[in-house]
Ligand binder design. Structure first.
Ligand code: PGA
Length: 253
């Protein structure tokens, strides 16, 4: 049984003042919750350092929403994994909004994953099918293909740095979450896929659910088979809602 992980993905939201206020409140909740839950937040890039300063001394983990696929150089607008490693402990990779809005292919996702790990960051690799793919009965094939492409050549010694987030595209930001059965089924598919690849060394890899997760559906998702936590978008922007999700994970552990 892995300690549950709750991660807030703030996306392109918050002013600096909102970000620091929200982070301070979350850090307080995390300190009160103790060691039975691990919590991370992914603020927009420019807020990572000031928010990190505010939460220093708490066990709240700082993360990024993405990193560059290249190491350094003439890449205007990109932020390298090494730069992020100086102010974060983890990054999301392969979020569906990156895949669709920025045409990130499986190859780019794999390059980013390896850059992040090389720089010493932990990675939350996001996978998930579209509604058309689910409708065509292709959901688990799509997810397994994304996993296989991203993890090609992956060494099992790096598994301690890896988390997988199952985020069905049709559930992200729509208010229509998957059912806990959908989440359990796909997490079990992911778990089997990892154990075929890496045997029992992969048991410690957390599998998160993401997509319209909130304080009302969190208890069911957190109780679902093979779901080790949540990747939360919209609901992570409210300290009350995100705070209840953290407490829920801490109490159920
Ligand atoms: P949502 O986003 O919770 O707003 O659906 C989840 C995500 O994109 O990580």
């Amino acid at each position: 049984m892995n300690t549950p992980l709750i991660v807030g993905n703030w996306k392109m939201n918050t002013s600096l003042e909102e970000a620091t206020t929200l982070a301070a409140s979350i850090a307080q909740t995390v300190n009160n919750a103790g060691a039975s839950v691990v919590v991370g937040i992914c603020p927009p890039y420019p807020w990572i350092v000031p928010v990190g300063d505010i939460v220093r001394g708490s066990s709240l983990r700082m993360g990024a929403q993405d990193c560059a696929s290249t190491e350094s150089g003439a890449h205007t607008g990109d932020v390298s994994a090494a730069m992020l490693a100086s102010c974060c402990s983890f990054t999301l990779i392969g979020h569906s909004e990156r895949r669709s809005n920025h045409q990130e292919t499986d190859d780019i996702v794999r390059q980013k994953l390896n850059r992040a790990l090389d720089a010493g960051l932990d990675v939350i690799l996001c996978v998930g099918e579209s509604s058309a793919q689910r409708g065509a009965g292709e959901a688990s094939n799509v997810v397994q293909h994304q996993l296989g492409a991203a993890l090609e050549g992956f060494e099992s010694s790096r598994l301690t740095s890896l988390t997988i987030a199952y985020e069905p595209v049709w559930a992200i930001g729509t208010g229509v979450a998957a059912t806990e059965d959908d989440a359990a089924q796909m997490s079990t598919v992911i778990r089997h896929n990892l154990s075929e690849r890496f045997e029992s060394t992969s048991d410690s890899v957390r599998i998160l659910y993401g997509g319209s997760a909130n304080d009302r559906n969190a208890p069911a998702f957190l109780a679902a088979n093979n779901v080790d936590g949540l990747l939360v978008g919209g609901a992570s922007l409210s300290s009350d809602t995100f705070g209840s999700m953290i407490r829920c994970a801490a109490n159920g552990a």
